[in-house]
Design a protein around this ligand. Sequence first.
Ligand code: 5GP
Ligand code: ZN
Length: 111
Amino acid sequence: MENCLFCKIVRGEIPAKIAFEGERVMGFYDINPQAPVHILLIPKEHIPTLLELKDKELRDEIFSSIIEIGDREELKNGFRLVVNVGRDSGCEVFHLHFHILSGRRLNWPPG
Ligand code: 5GP
Ligand code: ZN
């Protein structure tokens, strides 16, 4: 999508520190990290929110990628997976993304 921030990152028009590269997904480090490790895993194609993620093969690639990242040494003490959907979640970027947070003790409940 022309004006979507994360589509621009996929096209290389906005630089990002790449954390993971898959066939239809990519992971990059969040510009404003909420934990020592804060990766955003996204589909390369523009899908606005989780509610529009209908493609089962893509779902499979997303979750196998998250599992692969979650198994890394830098996440060895655990991680949190967050998907914000809709107004009350505080979602700001309407290109589906999975937050993978790690590297510190995370509060629960999140508030
Ligand atoms: P949301 O609140 O929509 O779930 O999360 C959007 C995330 O995208 C935020 O954590 C924010 O810091 C991150 N973000 C926004 N703009 C950029 C950018 O240009 N580059 C990177 N790497 N992350 C971004
Ligand atoms: Zn997009």
